[in-house]
Ligand binder design. Structure first.
Ligand SMILES: Cc1cc2nc3c(=O)[nH]c(=O)nc-3n(C[C@H](O)[C@H](O)[C@H](O)COP(=O)(O)OP(=O)(O)OC[C@H]3O[C@@H](n4cnc5c(N)ncnc54)[C@H](O)[C@@H]3O)c2cc1C
Length: 403
């Protein structure tokens, strides 16, 4: 029989993350939704706690770090279950608030990129650095192969020139992982990622964007003008291996997409639970022992949403479990993100619908979750892009054959 419960050894982490989300994160939700661009200073203390847990070895997967690929008991120093622990705790923290999770110091998507592709020396050097992720440019979003930013080797440095937009935590982070081309004539194989630390001359935060949701999280435009970074800051191999195409940098997505799927699962569960309580107050309770067709329309809708949520949850666990066990998971990572993000969009909006004016008002967080969840279907690859990747994998077609 298949056991679909999370492993018992991770229960402690799940409970711990849930407690933090309930007592610390959720109460700050509305405050920082209303005070866009205000730094949630309360998170500093929480981040220190997470650091403490990580250092003591008890904080496995406490945030968006630790998504390094490995298999059981190998010599990479990877603990079995790190990816699974990460997605499970992210689900809990996102149940608390996705925007605040994205604002957690040292838990950025750039940290996941570093954890995925850095060598041991870089891992040590960048330990404790809060890293954002800078791929998107004014002329390139979904088609990341169209990146215009360049990195030219000059002595012991790469000189970076270009502009990055929509960098999550771009203002607050200590460094950004920047995607740039070593040689634009060589196409996608020449795209590499570089850790650029804040304060490096030539790097400048130009502006912050106001947004529909995740307002607790800052989103920045950053320019690079003759910005010199040590060549030791290039993540992965500096070789341009045309046969490997995009593989080096794309590997990051296999690890970060399940994390975004986990955010969607957590946010959707928050909406489901609040809706269940509000429906209960209105005298509507779903009955799991009877067919939905003979129940109140709102109860039947609720049961359908829960079933959809369960599918998203299980796909997310599968993608993380595969990474933990050293199995290629590009297909499953995209399936999880496509399913979970769309499900979160559908569920949060439907919950607003089912709870009417209460759900639409600021008395509850339902309207906020409907706004917050939208980004989860956009960044780290949109819904359409995930579907494209899934189709390519299933049909064994290249990106040139199916675009
Ligand atoms: C709040 C926020 C935070 C972000 N954080 C980050 C970050 O930290 N780092 C970062 O690098 N980027 C970040 N982004 C950028 C995000 O990843 C991009 O917005 C996303 O990749 C889509 O790119 P685009 O906006 O240029 O849309 P486009 O690529 O122009 O797409 C527009 C529409 O066309 C669809 N489309 C595109 N190509 C195809 C195709 N081949 N087939 C079918 N449909 C297609 C897309 O799905 C989309 O619906 C963030 C964006 C936002 C809004």
């Amino acid at each position: 029989m298949i056991n679909l419960e999370p492993p018992g050894k991770l229960r402690f982490f799940i409970n711990q993350a849930h407690q933090v989300a309930a007592e610390f994160v959720r109460p700050l939700s509305r405050k920082y939704d209303l005070a866009e661009h205000t730094y949630p200073k309360e998170l500093d203390m929480l981040a220190s706690m997470v650091d403490g847990f990580n250092e003591s070895g008890r904080g496995q997967g406490a945030g968006a770090v630790g998504v390094r690929r490995g298999d059981n008991g190998d010599d990479t120093g990877v603990r079995n279950g790190t990816n699974l622990a990460s997605v499970l705790s992210i689900m809990e923290m996102s149940w608390g608030d996705v925007g605040l999770l994205l604002s957690m110091p040292r838990q950025g998507l750039g940290n996941s990129a570093i954890a995925s592709v850095a060598d041991d020396e870089q891992l040590e050097r960048f330990a404790g650095v809060w890293a954002g992720m800078a791929i998107t440019e004014p002329g390139c979003g979904s088609d990341s192969a169209a990146i215009q930013t360049t990195a030219v080797l000059d002595g012991d440095d790469y000189v970076i020139n270009g502009e990055k937009i929509f960098v999550t935590a771009g203002d607050r982070c200590d460094a950004v992982v920047v995607w740039a081309s070593l040689d634009r004539s060589k196409g996608r194989a020449a795209i590499k990622s570089f850790v650029v630390e804040k304060g490096t001359p030539g790097m400048r935060v130009e502006r912050l964007d106001r947004k529909l949701g995740i307002r607790a999280s800052d989103t920045a435009t950053i320019s690079f003008e003759d910005c010199r970074v040590p060549k030791a800051n290039l993540l992965g191999s500096p070789e341009i291996q045309s046969d490997q195409g995009f593989a080096g940098v794309m590997q990051t997505f296999d690890n970060t997409r399940p994390l975004v799927a986990a955010m969607a699962v957590g946010c959707a569960r928050a909406a489901l639970e609040t809706t269940r309580d509000l429906l209960h107050e209105a005298g509507v309770d779903a009955d799991y022992d009877r067919s939905p067709h003979v129940q109140a329309a709102a109860a039947a809708a609720y049961l359908a949403m829960e079933a959809d949520w369960e599918a998203a949850y299980l796909l997310t666990l599968q993608a993380a479990w595969m990474a933990d066990n050293g199995r290629p998971n590009s297909l499953q990572a995209s399936m999880a993100k496509a399913k979970a993000a769309r499900t979160a969009n559908d569920i949060t909006l439907r919950c607003v619908e089912l709870t009417g004016s209460v759900g639409y008002s600021e008395h509850e967080l339902l309207e906020k979750w409907a706004r917050d969840s939208k980004i989860l279907d956009i960044f780290e690859g949109t819904q359409q892009i995930q579907q494209l990747i899934v189709a390519r994998r299933l049909l064994a077609l290249t990106s040139a054959e199916l675009r």
